[in-house]
Design a protein around this ligand. Structure first.
Ligand code: CTP
Ligand code: MN
Ligand code: MN
Ligand code: MN
Length: 371
């Protein structure tokens, strides 16, 4: 669908948290190109350029129609000379030579391949590349390489976990987790977060928040869920990290990039036979099951709204919420807290709406946060 002409540009904020971005992206041809450049800069540790291209892509994603000429983007924030020259190439030739050069670059291809394995980050990928390794078989046959448990699992389930998870599969997993948590404690609270909460059709994993109204009771929740999944024979991999969040240390807490709540990164065995509609298509192959990545986070109930907002994403939306809080409001926002530096106080919130209100922002629905 081509949609309408882009909105008059004066109305577009530089902050993603002041824009409404649905899953519909009319300018994928440009944003895909920007993502390649961003990844390439990220792999070379040019963080500034990487972010610049991610911001530019995010701005284009909120437009209600296709950009047809450079005039259409006049006045839009976050689009610099470099992004414009890439767009100009695409508008004129249907492609960008700079992007094509990256895509055909051996180092880029190899690092992308290696980091596509669960448990392999840019550092490890770079190390293997420098050692002259270029393929999975190079890695798996190199005697000097020791794979950790996460990476072993990543190779073992590579095909499954690199295949997109569908909404129906996310729903099926939601039912499994729902049954497990409510068997453990009937008053458990379970919420879908991440990309599926934003209305995406596909994801690389499924993210959930689980907690209980009773403060402190959530501490045993994830270990209990993990035990149950193990008993049910569907736990293929589990990396559990206990909470390091201490509310009594809050006043001295630095701004945290990573959150400190109890969480686990799982791989579950999902049987594909009961996918709704009866047509399983890619949801199931001959084995009748697939491996799926699932993330569970378990904040204490009084941190629920902050955790939900932080785990719903998108990453760009989160970045800009924090940036907005800091530079426009003299506040600090992370997955645990909102701190007002001018009043020297922590602001309480029971819903996401409370947090937007504290920040003086219009409420943005989860499905409008696909920045
Ligand atoms: N997140 C976080 N801390 C982490 C991991 C993730 O706060 N240690 C947040 C990220 O900001 C992100 C959200 O949780 O917005 C979901 O992360 P992720 O599953 O990686 O991304 P999705 O948006 O769900 O996209 P995908 O469909 O690829 O899973
Ligand atoms: Mn996700
Ligand atoms: Mn991710
Ligand atoms: Mn996730």
């Amino acid at each position: 669908p081509e949609g309408a002409t882009p909105t008059p540009v004066a109305t577009v904020s530089q902050y993603a948290c002041q824009r409404r971005t649905s899953t519909e992206n009319y300018n994928k041809i440009f944003t895909d190109a920007f993502e390649v450049l961003a990844e390439s800069y990220e792999l070379s540790e040019f963080e500034g350029q990487c972010l610049a291209f991610r911001k530019a892509a995010s701005v284009l994603k909120c437009l209600p129609g296709v950009v047809r000429c450079l005039g259409d983007i006049r006045g839009l924030p976050c689009l610099g000379e470099h992004t414009k020259s890439i767009m100009e190439d695409i508008l004129q030739c249907g492609r960008s030579f700079e992007v094509e050069k990256i895509l055909s670059d051996e180092r880029y291809q190899t690092l992308k391949l290696f980091t596509s394995v669960f448990g392999v980050g840019p550092k490890t990928a770079e190390k293997w590349y420098r050692a002259g390794l270029r393929s999975f078989s190079d890695i798996l046959t190199e005697p000097s390489i020791h794979l950790n448990r996460m990476q072993q699992t990543g190779f073992l389930h590579y095909k499954d976990i690199s295949r997109a998870v569908s909404k129906a599969e996310a729903r099926a997993l939601g039912n499994i987790i729902d049954e497990a948590v409510h068997a453990i404690t009937p008053d458990a609270v379970l919420a879908l977060t991440g990309g599926f909460r934003r209305g995406k059709e596909f994801g690389h994993d499924v993210d959930f928040l689980v907690t209980t109204p009773e403060l402190g009771r959530e501490k045993s929740l994830l270990p209990d869920i993990i035990d149950r999944l193990k008993q049910d024979g569907i736990l293929l991999y589990c990396d559990y990290q206990a909470s390091t969040f201490d509310i009594s240390k809050l006043p001295s807490l630095r701004f945290e990039a990573m959150d400190l709540f109890a969480k686990c990164f799982l791989i579950l065995r999902l049987k594909g036979s009961k996918v709704e509609g009866g047509l399983n298509s890619a949801a199931e192959d001959h084995r009748g099951w697939r491996a799926v990545r699932v993330d569970l986070v378990s904040p204490p109930m009084d941190r629920y709204a902050y955790a939900l907002l932080g785990w719903t994403g998108s990453r760009q939306f989160e970045r800009d919420l924090r940036r907005f809080a800091r530079f426009e409001r003299q506040m600090r926002l992370d997955n645990h807290i909102l701190y007002d530096k001018t009043k020297n106080e922590f602001l309480a919130a029971t819903t996401e709406k409370d947090i937007f209100d504290h920040l003086g922002l219009e409420y943005i629905e989860p499905w409008q946060r696909n920045a």
